[in-house]
Design a protein around this ligand. Structure first.
Ligand code: HEC
Length: 137
């Protein structure tokens, strides 16, 4: 008689466990971002980043309550290529990895800004030990 409730219950518990594990894994990847010496291009990128992207992605990409950190293992170049950065800025992003909602397209950010922003993010990733890893998800 209670079989159906049990099945539903187990399903819900399984789902909750699963999603909290996935999230815990994301938050474990958190780093206290340090910014070392940057190339001239990356310095320009830092300005552009902190003017537009930092509102959600935090100062220097360390994350905020509005959006995820980009200086994070998840965004290493093997998992999120430079192309995925261009696409995120041009088209926006549907929520899929995090609980922050969608990212709207960033219409004020042109191609040359994008190029230096990506340079900035990659240099800072490297300074914080985030290096290319094969995509295995
Ligand atoms: C209004 C908030 C907001 C702003 C401004 C914003 N983002 Fe995002 N961005 C997000 C959120 C939220 C996500 C996570 C979506 C998810 O995976 O759940 C995200 C995800 C991303 C991703 C990952 C894309 C993917 O394929 O998973 C990249 C790259 C990115 N943002 C780059 C940028 C850059 C560069 C800027 C500045 C030009 C920027 N964002 C500005 C909210 C924002």
């Amino acid at each position: 008689m209670y079989k159906r409730q049990w099945v539903t219950g187990i399903f819900i518990v399984g789902f909750l466990l699963n999603s909290s594990f996935a999230l815990a894994e994301h938050f474990n990847g958190h780093v206290n971002v340090k910014v070392g010496t940057l190339t001239a291009a990356a310095q320009k990128g830092q300005l552009a980043f902190n003017n537009t992207c930092a509102a959600c992605h935090g100062n220097n990409g360390e994350g905020s309550l509005q959006g995820p950190p980009l200086i994070h293992a998840l965004y290493n170049p093997g998992h999120h290529s430079n192309q995925s950065f261009y696409s995120a800025v041009r088209n926006g992003v549907q929520q899929h990895h995090w609980p922050y909602g969608n990212m709207p397209a960033q219409e004020g950010v042109g191609f040359s800004d994008m190029a230096v922003i990506v340079k900035f993010v990659r240099e800072v990733q490297q300074q914080n030990g985030i290096v290319q890893k094969k995509h295995k998800m």
